[in-house]
Ligand binder design. Structure first.
Ligand SMILES: NC(=O)c1ccc[n+]([C@@H]2O[C@H](COP(=O)([O-])OP(=O)(O)OC[C@H]3O[C@@H](n4cnc5c(N)ncnc54)[C@H](OP(=O)(O)O)[C@@H]3O)[C@@H](O)[C@H]2O)c1
Length: 253
């Protein structure tokens, strides 16, 4: 590992995800040191070495299971210890789980897993980060939510409602932390070309994970609150949100 980053340290959660890899490349290019948290250690080690060699930043890997809430305090402490005497400057939550809607309608455990991974885990791990940054009076938190959280659609409302919970959580966190100078960015991707969407029917305007990662890094620099990415999803979701409920409930989307 090479050691000439900006001195700023960012934790990426779910760092093996397609979008996380795009974010990691964009942040490493900006000289952030990275702690890659996730479950596939072999994959993270390879990514970490690649980023360190390409960008001359420090990279670390730490096992992180979003659904193992009790392990989160120790995970966060381990991350802090890794960068000592430096500090953690940002946390980017990328992990997520989307089950088949039809299957989840009949399997409560599957539906609950989506809520646990997409929503409850954020309350747990970002809650720790929020308390840490609040005390310090600086830092940033990024939560990768989804356009699916903007309105419950028949075809995807179980995943969508877990993301709606995440978006609402991030919105409240932003209001709580803004007076301490802490940025909270809600990212709402449309369709992105990753393993989550691989082989799904009906995809359109599919974004590239590197372009999405770059847009997230720019939004952090500009201290944005909410980012739709690719950008045209802002317009699409404005239209979808404006359809009256008595019409919307008859749609098949
Ligand atoms: N792709 C899209 O079109 C799209 C659109 C809107 C929002 N999003 C959101 O973007 C984020 C990134 O997804 P992606 O598209 O990049 O998909 P992805 O490549 O399938 O990534 C999902 C990641 O979540 C991780 N994960 C799942 N359960 C976990 C757990 N219990 N603990 C730790 N990690 C866990 C997976 O790790 P393992 O490899 O260990 O399973 C995987 O790295 C997700 O939050 C997703 O909901 C994606």
């Amino acid at each position: 590992m090479m050691d000439k980053g900006s001195g700023k340290n960012v934790i990426i959660l779910g760092a093996g995800s397609g979008i996380a890899k795009g974010v990691a490349r964009a942040l490493a290019a900006r000289q952030f040191n990275l702690i890659l948290g996730g479950r596939d250690m072999e994959d993270l080690e390879v990514s970490g070495r690649d980023l360190a060699i390409r960008h001359g930043v420090r990279t670390f890997v730490e096992p992180f299971d979003a659904a193992d809430f009790d392990s989160h305090p120790t995970f966060f402490d381990r991350c802090r210890a890794l960068v000592e005497p430096g500090q953690i400057d940002g946390v980017v939550l990328c992990h997520g789980f989307m089950a088949d809607q039809k299957e989840a309608e009949r399997n409560f455990h599957l539906a609950r897993k989506m809520v646990d991974v997409n929503f409850t885990s954020a309350i747990s791990i970002l809650g720790l980060a929020a308390n840490y940054f609040e005390e310090r009076g600086s830092g940033f938190i990024v939560g990768v939510s989804s356009v699916a959280g903007d309105r419950g659609r028949m075809s995807n409302y179980l995943y969508g409602s877990s993301k709606a919970g995440l978006s609402a959580f991030l919105s409240g966190l932003r209001a709580r932390l803004q007076k301490r100078g802490v940025q909270v960015l809600t990212v709402k991707p449309g369709f992105v070309d990753t393993s989550m969407t691989w082989g799904l029917p009906g995809l359109f305007l599919v974004g590239d994970p590197d372009a999405v990662g770059e847009s997230i890094a720019r939004a952090i620099e500009r201290r944005r609150n909410v980012l739709y990415t690719p950008w045209m999803w802002w317009g699409i979701m404005s239209i979808i949100r404006s359809v009256p409920e008595f019409v919307f409930k008859r749609t098949k989307i």
